[in-house]
Design a protein around this ligand. Structure first.
Ligand code: SF4
Length: 480
């Protein structure tokens, strides 16, 4: 969904790891009500506290949950605010220029913080800028890229021992970041990373540079975590990966993505399984068949297209044409279940002509997306597109983005209006006190706001009759 359409109750849960929006900043509040108690083992407090601010996609949000787990395991407690924390960490995103700039502006705010406060930079900006961060912000003590998170316990131990500048910037790890505990901030939906890094080489993207090559987790480890989550009371799991459907089990079982999907969906107590982000190249008919015959797999596929023009897709090195993409869409549309399709689209890629842009607009109509994330192209360091000629002027990019968003808005209104009069199962994940409404999502990930005479609906599955529709959500009342 373009940023204007991103009205998710949980802002981060709607962003694509492959192409996250620029800056849906999230803080990690202390004592988040979302803790599932049996996920947090007791550990001896060390008298120190931490605060993490996260930029970017669900992958980053979930990395922060795991980093918090590492710190809690070492005896740290979550602080109520950045001001109170002994250790402040920024988990950064550099996929858009603005997000990277924002991190340095945040670091600037801590320039005159107490020297006892330890400040660290994690994630993509850490990987990209490396030790230069120490030059630009000498008050930073820790720089650790996302591919090196496995080293965090050791790095934090060095900080605890008084280390002034510690770094974890290797990209050559062949392991994934697994921790004994994860401090989950979302009480309704549990994120579960199954694959890290990326082996594609899209010409605009920093992820292969910042997150390193593709590494899948062993299926038994994924399934054990899914069972723990179910035991902790979660009923909805979202499997994560930059290219989640490229998953290939490294263990002797050698499961393919679809086999893993089916096994996670079969875990006792799990009612909904989502997965993000799929690469069109690895999107096979078997995924649609699995959704069709497995009720716990959600009716939703996020399939980033990036452009509707084959020449631009080629320049982006997306490895598929418009027609090949549309063929995959036709499989989804032929399913027995009404699968919702969402996507990411970039406008103003170098060399994008009016005609190329028009192809993106006609693609919106051809697919009928339920929502999209749309972005103006911005050149990123260490990407081949940054050196491409024929840059599209900023005003032109802005104008194209506005046209694209407007067309998509009309499509969403039309699609949502078709739901009026229908009744849908909604997992309740929020409450708008001022409007006296509950909020939740359907299996197709559509936001639903509704009224109910009942109390305490958070985490429950309820039936909601839809009475109104807008571009970004539908509204209705609970069927009792
Ligand atoms: S290189 Fe391409 S496939 Fe890989 S994360 Fe970036 S956009 Fe996604």
């Amino acid at each position: 969904m373009s940023k204007a359409f991103d009205i998710g109750i949980e802002a981060l849960a709607t962003a694509s790891p492959c192409e996250p929006p620029a800056a849906p900043a999230q803080t990690s509040p202390a004592g988040a009500s979302g803790f599932r108690a049996n996920e947090i083992p007791a550990s001896a407090p060390n008298g120190k506290s931490f605060y993490i601010e996260t930029f970017g996609c669900q992958m980053n949000a979930h990395d922060s949950e795991k980093v918090a787990g590492v710190l809690i395991e070492r005896g740290y407690a979550a602080a109520e605010s950045m001001a109170q924390a002994d250790l402040v960490l920024y988990n950064t995103c550099s996929i858009r220029e603005k997000a990277a700039q924002k991190v340095f502006s945040r670091l600037g705010e801590l320039r005159y913080a107490s020297p006892r406060k330890v400040i660290g930079v994690l994630g993509c900006v850490a990987q990209q800028e490396g030790e230069e961060i120490f030059e630009r912000a000498p008050w930073v003590s820790l720089v650790c890229g996302s591919a090196s998170y496995r080293k965090l316990p050791e790095l934090v131990a060095r900080l605890d021992e008084g280390g002034r500048r510690v770094t974890g910037l290797d990209l050559d790890t062949d392991e994934t970041f697994e921790t004994e505990i994860t401090r989950r901030d979302n009480p309704i939906r549990a994120y579960l990373t199954i694959i890290e890094g990326c082996d594609y080489a899209c010409s605009y993207c920093v992820v292969p540079h910042t997150r390193g090559p593709e590494r899948s987790r062993a299926s038994e480890s994924v399934l054990a975590e899914a069972r723990r989550l179910a035991g902790a009371g979660y009923t909805e799991i979202q499997l994560l990966g930059q290219t989640v459907n490229s998953y290939r089990d490294p263990s002797p079982r050698g499961l393919h993505f679809v086999e893993l999907l089916r096994e996670v969906a079969a875990v006792d107590g799990i009612r909904r399984v989502r997965f993000t982000t799929s690469h069109p190249n690895d999107f096979h008919r078997a995924i649609v068949e699995a959704i069709d015959d497995t009720p716990a797999l959600c009716d939703h596929v996020h399939l980033p297209v990036q452009s509707g023009s084959t020449p631009i897709l080629r320049a982006m090195r997306r490895t598929y044409t418009r027609d090949e993409y549309l063929e995959k869409i036709s499989w989804i549309r032929a399913a027995r279940r009404p699968i919702s399709i969402t996507s990411d689209i970039i406008v103003g890629f170098p060399g994008e002509t009016e005609k190329d842009f028009e192809q993106s607009i006609t693609l919106l109509d051809a697919v009928g997306y339920d929502s999209i994330f749309s972005f103006k192209y911005s050149p990123r360091p260490n990407t081949s597109a940054a050196a491409m000629p024929d840059a599209v002027p900023e005003e032109e990019k802005a104008a194209r983005l506005a046209i694209l968003m407007d067309r998509q808005r009309q499509i969403q209104i039309a699609r949502n209006e078709k739901l009026v009069g229908g009744t849908f199962e909604v997992l309740v994940d929020g409450r708008h006190e001022s409007r006296n409404q509950w909020a939740g999502r359907t299996t197709s990930n559509r936001p639903v706001n509704f009224t109910s005479p009942r109390q305490n609906l958070l985490g429950e599955y309820v039936q909601v009759k839809i009475t109104r529709a807008s571009a970004n959500s539908v509204a209705g009342e609970q069927v009792i």
